[in-house]
Write a protein that binds this ligand. Structure first.
Ligand code: 0X9
Ligand code: ZN
Length: 302
């Protein structure tokens, strides 16, 4: 059974998603959206009670294999909505969530079986002993222009071509499928406690950055209000580093999703990627408050 007092394997997460669709058919559905390089099934959960024309929020987690708090937080969010659907009836009736908690299944499985700190996918590169591309350097918008490597042995290897990684093709195709309704794209990483918006390929800011900044400020205020956790806000190049080929830049630049955010969850480096499981619930609680602010922002007044 699922819980948020420990981390869970890819298979456990996948089976839990299927069980939700069986147990709460009026709230959510699950769809197979493709297969990973090593053959794992990738799933997307649709959550919401309103029409398909409602504003959509796309959420993913686990793009970097070792960032375990990300799938744990995304599943926490799903569970919170499903278990308290009466409390959140307005949100669920007014926006649709399209959620993929673990979009690098092979890498994630490898962090359980072989190397806890693996980051990339697990595809063959042609260089023996050097597998995988950085899935967050692989997206086809200003690909390879900054902070990415053409060396297959590098942890920031961008891939042989843009969208070389089948897992990112699968996520891209889902964003395109719901593109007409999507108002926000949230991708969860760790760590550093940052709420970032584009661009990641340049120090330039998008023309509408003040709107993205303003919503981020409101979301982070709510987050900090729960346990006092502090976050920095800004464009990813300006507050972290330049890195092209990220999913956030593609969602905004090609997918045309206005409010595109990369959220670096807890902590600021004491535990780093190996955040103790005791912090899953508090991280989930504060992140959920931030997500509610985002969702309420898009609720059609009625
Ligand atoms: O480098 C990354 O992909 C992200 N940081 S992490 O430590 N989780 O690897 C930040 C990505 C920010 N967005 C872009 N650079 N587009
Ligand atoms: Zn990451």
């Amino acid at each position: 059974a699922m819980d948020w007092t420990s981390y869970h394997t890819y298979d456990e997460i996948t089976e839990w998603l299927d069980s939700l669709a069986t147990d709460y058919p009026s709230l959510c559905t699950v769809e197979d959206v493709g297969t990973s390089y090593e053959g794992r099934t990738m799933k997307l959960l649709k959550l919401g009670t309103g029409p398909a024309t409602n504003p959509g929020i796309f959420i993913d987690g686990g793009i970097h294999a070792r960032e375990w708090i990300s799938p744990a937080t995304v599943t926490y969010i799903i569970n919170e909505f499903v278990q308290n659907s009466d409390t959140y009836a307005d949100i669920l009736a007014g926006v649709n969530f399209y959620i993929m908690p673990s979009i690098n299944p092979d890498g994630y499985a490898y962090t359980w079986s072989n190397d806890r700190l693996w980051r990339k996918t697990r595809s063959e590169t042609g260089t023996p002993g050097c597998r995988g591309a950085d899935p967050n350097r692989n997206w086809g918008f200003h690909w390879m222009e900054a902070g990415a490597s053409s060396n297959p042995c590098s942890d920031i290897f961008a891939g042989s071509v843009e969208f070389s990684e089948v897992e990112m093709q699968n996520v891209r195709d889902q964003i395109l499928k719901y593109q007409d309704t999507l108002v926000a794209y949230l991708t969860f990483h760790s760590y550093s406690q940052l709420w970032m918006y584009p661009w990641g390929y340049t120090t330039d800011l998008p023309s509408d950055w003040q709107e993205l900044d303003s919503l981020a400020q409101d979301a982070v205020s709510a987050l900090t209000g729960v346990h006092g956790t502090s976050y920095d806000i800004g464009s990813s190049t300006n507050i972290l580093y330049a890195a092209a080929g990220g999913s956030d830049d593609w969602a905004k630049g090609v997918g045309n999703v206005k409010y595109s955010y990369t959220i670096e969850l807890r902590d600021t480096g004491f535990w780093g990627f190996q955040l103790p499981p005791e912090q899953i619930i508090p991280t989930g609680e504060e992140t959920f408050e931030a997500l509610k602010v985002v969702a309420n922002f898009f609720l059609t007044p009625r």
